[in-house]
Design a protein around this ligand. Structure first.
Ligand SMILES: O=P(O)(O)OC[C@H]1O[C@H](OP(=O)(O)OP(=O)(O)O)[C@H](O)[C@@H]1O
Ligand code: HPA
Ligand SMILES: [Mg+2]
Length: 159
């Protein structure tokens, strides 16, 4: 599927991401997990932050690729785990169409599945998320961006 379906961008700074992850952790503070399964690569960063907040030391991965930048392709599952997820926290950065989440749910049906951001089509696939983002928005994560010079408005107007 091509990137034509994304008409807007939703920019997430490192600071915003960190605050969002901490807010999600507040909602899970009473829970006791055996460990975290992070869905690579996007789930790795929230997983590390969650692990710090909830003092979880055991972290495993499901390695899976679906997108080439903004273009969705077939699912390439490179690594799974050898349990059904019972007692584990399953973490991804976001759920969009829900295709990735559906495949991982099949592998780990009993895990508690969280994402930081969720779009409407994929939202039913996760147990918990923090922020809903419109389906037509591409979420720009801080690890995909850099700091760049911006020309003053008056100079931009001259051109
Ligand atoms: O709900 P979906 O439409 O399946 O999209 C969501 C998935 O897409 C992205 O991963 P991607 O395949 O781009 O790999 P990455 O995590 O390595 O960036 C994102 O991190 C989710 O895992
Ligand atoms: O909106 C998105 N942002 C970043 N990666 C993604 N992978 C699927 N959807 C998205
Ligand atoms: Mg991913």
């Amino acid at each position: 599927m091509s990137s034509d379906r994304y008409h807007q961008h939703f920019f997430v700074s490192w600071d915003q991401l960190h605050r969002d992850v901490r807010t999600l952790c507040h909602q899970m503070i009473e829970r006791d997990f055996k460990g975290i399964v992070a869905i690579t690569r996007g789930g790795l960063i929230p997983a590390a932050l969650i692990a710090r907040e909830l003092n979880i030391r055991l972290i495993d991965t499901v390695c899976i690729k679906s997108y080439d930048h903004m273009d969705q392709g077939g699912l390439d599952i490179m690594k799974g785990v050898d349990h059904d997820g019972e007692g584990w926290l399953l973490v991804d950065d976001l759920v969009d169409t829900g295709k990735t989440a559906r495949a991982v749910r099949k592998m780990l049906p009993n895990a508690h599945f969280v994402t930081i951001y969720a779009k409407p089509d994929g939202r039913p696939m996760v147990d918990q998320y923090l922020t809903e983002v419109a389906q037509q928005c591409w979420i720009q994560f801080p690890w995909d961006m850099g700091v760049a010079y911006v020309e003053p408005l008056v100079d931009q107007m001259k051109r």
